[in-house]
Design a protein around this ligand. Structure first.
Ligand code: S3P
Length: 437
């Protein structure tokens, strides 16, 4: 098993983070959407992490040819999606599994999707039920609640009007891809608008898709779409670990460069601003998405109650929890029950680890409360197999009285393979070692 040990550090974080890897959500979509074209897609700065490499490998199993080009990949799609000879392995990636389920349900062929022990315990009914309701034939463990999932696609899905009670970009994307393959016009709406990379990317590929911010109308795709020509911006969710580190360390002034400034992705930075840190957003270009830099300067932090726009900061809540542990007062998060079905039950993982660090943290059914304190206790915590929990508790070492060791950190490779390198350069020593399980 892999471990991280991070010491505490007092030196401020200055300069810039230039080598953040590509955005995970956009990279998954690049691999998957390239299959909707009949010409090669060129993707620069594709995230080469385990999750997104699974999406790319699946594209290959479905007939695509992938070539590496300096700084990126070229994906040459097959004429028609091919029936694979093997199961499609999604690893730890819920995004890959749910989005591919939508794409493949609308195609002809037999497809089996499976993942690791964590992913195969995450809920799949959220995509299986709506897809079944429009005629998809999908099987899965416990009546389709969990993977492995088997899809018998006949290419005859019905058009639909579907409202999703949960706000999930994965569900939305699965349904939009199904709608592209269904006969006629469909529409999709959700309780709160989730991240919108799919709409932006498909629109640029020429898909018949129209969104008024609430309802997305999708027309059947009658001919192949234009290929993608894209430089994937850096991932603001990965950048947020260092934004948190800068906000926590006196004298820090850190520039996080080239991230997507899509409003559905940077809400955690806005919360950080409301807590008292100085945060500037510097937009430099707009291609598919607004892209630019985010500057974060340290200031003493105030507690905050977070209950709105949760889908726009859901991935950053583990790192925000570390900020709450240092802020003055009691912070709370509510309306975030989705945290229970992420890569781990993040409400349990965050609270259990903070309690081990001597913090007064409590679970709520749909969130948590955390009382801030001047310093937390250095100890050993668990990642629970969850990359964002692992990285958040490396950052927690910056406010602890001694080292924090995080157990089981191999999961960090799912989204952020060079996390340890950037951490060591900016925040101080991060020792990595391997022990017998
Ligand atoms: C993602 C959507 C979010 C997010 C996940 C990536 C995506 O999940 O938590 O890390 O790329 O579509 P939900 O769509 O389930 O909210």
């Amino acid at each position: 098993m892999k471990l991280f040990t991070a010491g505490r550090r007092l030196r401020p974080l200055n300069g810039s983070v230039d080598s953040l890897a590509g955005d995970k959500s956009i990279s998954h979509r690049c691999a998957i959407f390239s299959l909707l074209s009949d010409r090669p897609s060129r993707i620069s700065n594709f995230l080469e992490a385990e999750d997104t490499l699974h999406s790319l490998q699946i594209a290959k199993e479905l007939g695509a040819t992938v070539k590496s080009e300096s700084g990126g990949v070229v994906i040459i799609p097959p004429k028609e999606i091919e029936e694979p000879r093997t199961i499609l392995d999604c690893g730890n990636a819920g995004t890959a599994m749910r989005i591919y389920t939508g794409l493949l349900a609308a195609r002809k062929g037999f497809f089996v999707l499976s993942g690791d022990r964590y992913l195969n315990n995450r809920p799949m009914k959220r995509v299986v039920d709506p897809l079944r309701s429009i005629g998809a034939e999908i099987y899965g463990r416990e009546e389709g609640a969990f993977a492995p999932i088997a899809i018998h696609g006949r290419g005859d899905l019905s058009p639909f009007e579907f409202h999703s009670a949960i706000s999930s970009a994965q569900v939305k994307t699965a349904m939009i891809l199904a709608a592209l393959g269904a006969k006629g016009k469909s529409s999709f709406s959700e309780s709160f608008p989730s991240r919108d990379h799919t709409e932006r990317m498909l629109l640029s590929m020429g898909a018949g898709i129209k969104s008024d911010g609430h309802k997305i109308a999708v027309a059947e795709m009658k001919s192949p779409l234009k290929p993608l020509e894209i430089t994937v911006p850096s991932d603001p969710s990965s950048g947020f670990f260092f934004a948190a580190a800068a906000a926590l360390t006196e004298g820090s002034n850190l520039l996080i460069r080239n991230v997507t400034l899509n409003p559905t992705r940077i809400e955690a930075y806005r919360i950080l601003e409301k807590m008292g840190a100085k945060v500037d957003f510097i937009e430099r270009e707009n291609r598919y998405e607004p892209i630019g830099d985010i500057r974060v300067r340290h200031a003493s932090l105030r507690a905050i109650d977070v209950s709105e726009k949760i889908p726009w900061l859901i991935d950053e809540l583990p790192a925000l929890a570390i900020l709450f542990a240092r802020a003055e007062g009691i912070s709370s998060v509510t309306g975030a029950s989705e945290l229970r079905v992420k890569e781990s039950d993040r409400i349990k993982s965050i609270v259990a680890n903070l309690v081990k660090c001597g913090v007064n943290a409590k679970e709520l059914s749909d969130g948590f409360t955390i009382e801030g304190q001047k310093q937390i206790r250095g100890t050993e915590v668990d990642s629970f197999g969850d990359h964002r929990v692992a990285m958040s508790f490396a950052i927690a070492a910056l406010i602890s009285d001694s080292e924090i060791t995080v157990r089981d950190t191999k999961c960090v490779n799912t989204s952020f393979p060079n996390f340890a390198e950037i951490f060591s350069a900016l925040c101080g020593d991060l020792k990595e070692r391997e022990i017998a399980d």
